[in-house]
Design a binder for this molecule. Structure first.
Ligand code: FES
Length: 323
């Protein structure tokens, strides 16, 4: 995961770490190795977890942890430079050995299913980072797995490391067409209890899910973590009623419900603002929701009692929130 916040969010309990080393992994991707400033072991984490690095006052970027997960001496993250972003990745690329950084402790939204008989991983570009930590754990625990890794020439971060860990269980993929062909075979004949994980751009995740559904895979065995929800249309205007106070706030087209609530001084935790991290989840009392996030499951969306206000909107004129 590598996602930019674009609005202040505050958090207490941040860890203070120091940059132990940095190195370039491939074009535009820099690895940071971060150790406790106090020299103490760091909290263990579930494979697939991310940490949010504070890059400015109240502004965080989330990055997947790629290193060992049990009582690690250090955390490693890989940061892809986004020259058009708000500055978090440029800040991370400017860090030097010895610099202090502050981050929120690890959080997991993309954990391996421990009861799975086999794990199929599909990674696209920098989406390889959470897959790397899954693979480390799978190797350590002797789990059955395979990895399909799609990347452009020169942009294959962690490919050598994955090759060492996976051997012939790793397949490099050079194009969307090739991925489609390989998936066709990979998804056709998987034993009961196989789980599928995909991480990368939204278009790839949707293609993987579509391919799995077409092969009859149940949704409960398909897991994903997106790196951004992609461009969304401005949406129609609607109103949100705050259930506790009865206040009604208008949400204009092109403005997110989250922005409106924050502008009203209502503290809604948020991080990615792209519908992928789950941080801004709100309970909904009434009204129909136009879900546009990549975080809630299909069942959660169908139940209609929660939403991600950073991207999702009302499907009608009014939503009533549990706020
Ligand atoms: S802030 Fe991440 S899902 Fe809304």
């Amino acid at each position: 995961m590598s996602i930019d916040t674009n609005r202040p969010a505050t958090h207490t309990g941040d860890l203070e770490l120091r940059v132990r080393s940095t190195r370039t992994l491939c074009t535009d991707v820099r690895q940071l190795v971060l150790a406790s400033a106090a020299g103490t072991p760091l909290p263990s984490f579930t494979p697939g977890s991310h940490v949010a690095l504070r890059w400015s006052d109240g502004l965080y970027n989330a990055y997947s942890l790629t290193g060992p997960s049990i009582e690690p001496e250090f955390y490693t993250v890989s940061v892809r430079l986004d020259e058009n972003g708000r500055g978090g990745s440029r800040w991370a690329h400017s860090l030097r050995e010895g610099d202090l950084v502050h981050l929120r402790p690890p959080r997991s939204d993309f954990a391996p299913i421990l009861t799975a008989r086999h794990h199929v991983y599909v990674a696209g570009g920098i989406g390889v980072t959470p897959v790397l930590s899954h693979v480390r754990a799978a190797v350590d625990w002797g789990r059955s797995f395979q990895v399909l890794y799609a990347f452009r020439p020169g942009f294959g971060a962690h490919f050598d490391e994955l090759t060492q860990l996976c051997g012939d269980r790793l397949q490099a993929v050079a194009s969307a067409t090739q991925l489609e062909q390989i998936l066709d075979d990979a998804l056709a004949d998987q034993p009961l209890g196989t789980h599928l994980y995909s991480c990368g751009p939204r278009s790839m995740i949707e293609a993987v899910a579509d391919a799995a559904h077409a092969k009859g895979w149940p949704a409960a065995r398909i897991h994903s973590e997106a790196f951004g929800s992609g461009p969304l249309d401005a949406g129609l205007p609607f109103a949100a009623k705050l259930g506790r106070s009865g206040m009604i706030v208008p949400v204009p087209s092109g403005t997110s419900l989250l922005d409106v609530l924050l502008d009203k001084g209502i503290n809604v935790p948020n991080l990615c603002r792209q519908g992928v991290c789950g941080e801004c989840r709100l309970s909904v009392r009434g009204g129909r929701i136009e879900h546009r996030d990549l975080y809630l499951s299909e069942d959660e969306k169908a139940s209609g009692d929660s939403m991600m206000p950073c991207v999702s909107r009302a499907a009608g004129d009014l939503l009533e929130l549990e706020l």
